[in-house]
Design a binder for this molecule. Structure first.
Ligand SMILES: Nc1ncnc2c1ncn2[C@@H]1O[C@H](COP(=O)(O)OP(=O)(O)OP(=O)(O)O)[C@@H](O)[C@H]1O
Ligand SMILES: [Mn+2]
Length: 270
């Protein structure tokens, strides 16, 4: 009769790295002296004091997302590289370690999402929520028609100084935050109209209908992108904001930081 452990050994064969997702201290210790294997801890905090640590800025309920994010962070830090086999040890059912998966680090996983969440000024949860609105808008459009939108997240005071109103601000005096389902409906509704949404670090919607007027000097964004993308890139050079743009013309979601395009995604594939 076949031996179960032997069969399951296929999962860990030829591994280049082991990523332990939020392990307990005693569990981590059992992995501490693997010499020829990169052992890294992935989680919201490095409570076991691991040398190699990838911070998860958000709780990903979806284990697949958690693993993707962990691997991308590991690539970002040079712990693993394109083609490496990464064995991921995860707890899926709150009963300690119960899941082992084999994943391959690849440049296609390396989409820029990690950098966007981990190194932005805005709260990671806020960036995620805005990102999700943009993706959803991209998938469905506005009443079936393609729609474009521009969200500027973080450093809102400075962003307001670099912009002017195109119309009355429906969020004036309101205290609404992204992530609230009602707000997401509002964001989608208002995205039919011109200009940008300005959102604070903590996710408060400061304004809609802002016309951004940053200097475009020294902004290097890919040719073929128009005024909306130029404004998005430029505002992130002059402020510490992150801009998330849904293009009406090609349907892609892009993010800009520090004046540069840092992420480009097709909502249909996300
Ligand atoms: N400086 C700006 N600030 C805010 N919104 C802007 C700015 N420039 C353009 N927009 C918005 O972007 C819309 C589309 O402009 P344009 O076609 O030039 O941009 P684009 O980069 O090609 O974007 P898309 O791919 O969505 O067409 C405008 O109708 C306007 O609502
Ligand atoms: Mn255009």
């Amino acid at each position: 009769m076949a031996d179960l452990n032997e069969l399951l050994g296929d999962v860990t064969e030829d591994a280049d790295a082991v990523f332990l997702f939020s392990p307990s201290g005693s569990y981590y210790d059992r992995y501490a002296d693997f010499d020829d294997l990169e052992v890294a801890v992935v989680g919201p905090e490095n409570s076991v004091g691991a040398d190699s640590f990838v911070e998860l800025p958000l709780e990903f309920d979806d284990v697949r997302e958690r693993i993707r994010f962990g691997i991308e962070g590991g690539m970002e830090q040079g712990l693993v590289e394109d083609g490496d086999v990464v064995v991921c040890v995860v707890s899926m059912f709150d009963e300690g370690t119960d899941t082992v998966t084999r994943a391959r680090a690849s440049d296609s996983i390396h989409s820029g999402v990690y950098d966007l969440f981990a190194n932005s000024r805005g709260d990671p949860g806020v960036i995620r929520d805005v990102f999700e609105v943009a993706i959803e808008l991209g998938k469905k459009g506005q009443k079936g028609k393609p729609v474009g939108a521009l969200f500027v997240v973080g450093d809102a005071g400075k962003v307001m100084n670099k912009s002017r109103p195109l119309s009355y601000n429906p969020f004036e005096k309101s205290h609404v935050h992204v992530g609230d389902p009602i707000v997401n409906v509002m964001l989608k509704e208002f995205s039919r109209l011109d200009g940008a949404f300005v959102i604070s670090d903590a996710g408060k919607i400061v304004s809609a209908y802002r016309y951004l007027e940053p200097s475009a000097e020294g902004v290097d964004i890919p040719k073929g992108l128009g005024a909306r993308h130029m404004a998005a890139g430029a505002v992130t050079r002059e402020t510490n904001a992150t801009a998330i743009v849904l293009s009406e013309s090609d349907g892609l979601v892009r993010a800009f930081k520090g004046g540069e395009l840092v992420l480009e995604l097709d909502p249909e594939e996300y």
